[in-house]
Design a protein around this ligand. Structure first.
Ligand code: HEC
Length: 158
């Protein structure tokens, strides 16, 4: 059941602008269902399924430039990181009072492990001095930020 509800959540939080555009959900003319709309709808479902499965939380983490970033809002994750996590992991994620969340030693631990394992660890044990502070969504956003930092370095502060 958990997997199914997570999938639903994924579908809801997916790149909404993109799916609205393709699916025409915003368009009033969608009322008149004709062959065009049926085709567009089928394409839209295919897109949603493809995106959902390529970004499912059970997917494996993969670090390296250009590799996929798990679902979650990396920008929000960055804001949370800069408010809380930096104090121990440092603003550039390189570690300090706590282990680094970037670089070879971190990748070695997490490469190939599940996205939701990292999210759960963050949610359940971090911040170290106040575990339980974060929501599941915040933890997902933090995972997206941590991976984006490694995989899309141009889009996050280094
Ligand atoms: C008060 C210090 C502190 C804060 C704040 C903190 N952490 Fe940590 N973090 C640690 C320590 C210490 C560890 C090492 C493992 C342990 O003691 O649980 C750790 C470990 C981790 C790990 C596992 C690293 C590995 O090598 O596998 C992750 C991921 C992580 N923290 C993420 C976060 C995130 C995200 C935040 C912000 C919400 C955060 N931490 C805030 C101290 C902190």
């Amino acid at each position: 059941m958990r997997a199914a509800s997570q999938l639903n959540q994924r579908l809801l939080t997916m790149p909404r602008a993109a799916s609205n555009f393709v699916c025409g959900l915003d368009q009033k003319s969608g009322r008149s269902v004709n062959k065009y709309w049926v085709g567009a709808f089928a394409a839209c479902v295919a897109l949603l399924i493809a995106s959902a499965s390529s970004a499912s939380p059970s997917e494996k983490l993969s670090f390296g430039p250009g590799r996929p970033v798990p679902p979650g809002n990396a920008l929000k994750g960055q804001h949370t990181f800069d408010a809380i996590c930096w104090a121990c992991h440092s603003t550039d994620l390189s570690g300090g009072k706590a282990p680094p969340l970037t670089g070879p030693s971190f990748y070695k631990i997490w490469q190939g492990r599940r996205v939701d394992a990292l999210s759960d660890l963050i949610r359940n044990t971090m911040p170290r001095d106040d575990p339980g502070l974060l929501s599941g969504e915040m933890a997902d956003d933090l995972v997206a930020y941590i991976v984006a930092h490694a995989n899309n370095p141009g889009q996050t502060r280094k």
